[in-house]
Design a protein around this ligand. Sequence first.
Ligand code: ZN
Length: 407
Amino acid sequence: MIFVALVLLLGIFSEAVANVPVSKIADTWMVNIDSLSKEEDLSTSWQPVERHFKAEGKKLSCSFVLGFPYIFANGNAVKLDVPTTYENEIIWTPAKETIEIFEKAFSKKYVLDTNAQVLRESVPTVPEKVSSSEASSSSSAQIQVSSSSAAKASTEKPIVRKNAPAGSREVKNIVIDPGHGGKDPGAIGLITNEKSIVLAVSKLLEKELVSMGFNVKLTRSTDKFIQLSERPQIANKWNGDLFISIHCNAIDGNKDRKEKTKGFRIYVLRDPESEEDRAIARRENKVAKTYGDKNSKEELSPLDWLKIQARLEQYKQASYTFTEKAIKAYEGGKISKMGSGAGGAGFMVLVGAFMPATLIELGFISNPEEERYMNSEKGQKEMAKRIAKGVQQYKEAIDEYLKTLSH
Ligand SMILES: [Zn+2]
């Protein structure tokens, strides 16, 4: 009996969302997102430095960045007409998209009451809330943001419109990015430097891939300098299916340490899990700063990661598939794996590529044995052949995947 009464009470008190403040800011109706999130029992957090608001619960996990025209909701990026803003110590998000996201997540309808300046749940059994004058006025009074048919349509189409299907189409265009070049030698060894090794290997790789039937483009085919940020842009312009940035690893230290540290490692753009990988990314990213790229940084901030999250998600599977194939193909050569052979870190050169992308550290130029091998014609041919085999196997894996779609 007490239990039944409690359920009834809870039924009354966990009543429909009724009083979420909305406000018209610069001609757009905006919702107090903190208030709406709390009404839906989401736990919220606000990081003032990152200007990042987060709301999380069982049905919905979403995040917003002030001034940034996207909402990340349940793993999808939703483009906003106007960015999230901060006014009167309240975080406001555009009503239209916010309502769509919440309606989808909680399977309910909301009504934006512009007269009362509140957002509430649409409850058909309470018609007295709508006065007759309001109901007949179509312009200024209540706006039913989602009619039931519109809501139905919105649940049927995906929130993110994927219009760049690299990674889910046949693999044809391979963009090879020989790291460094010109005034930037990259890491320097005893007998050569990184920019020379990676250019030589890239050209041989191009030859291999062309003979296999791929279209290949190099971001540089001579000893010239290109900013990190320009490299993925070249790949995008060329409509690449795969972006491979080629580098040599290096460490500082005494002779003993340099002789001990060796191996290859293939990286995807991902939040680094180890200090080691973080340091490697910092070293590669330093180039941009050293050579005057205004937007350069050595490490990606949490905000940067958030901004590229949707794109990373889109190409993650294909990037991982290539990395896996490339590690297997490269393994067994003169240079062995460093650890698992796979790593993740914030390489600036991969940020901005609208396609599956990896960065290969061929080996350590600071290790005399590996330097000699990477500098030799035989070594360069072998490395190119192995990477090409990885590309071929990646293509086959994608072909297989495409076959399953056509059945
Ligand atoms: Zn490098």
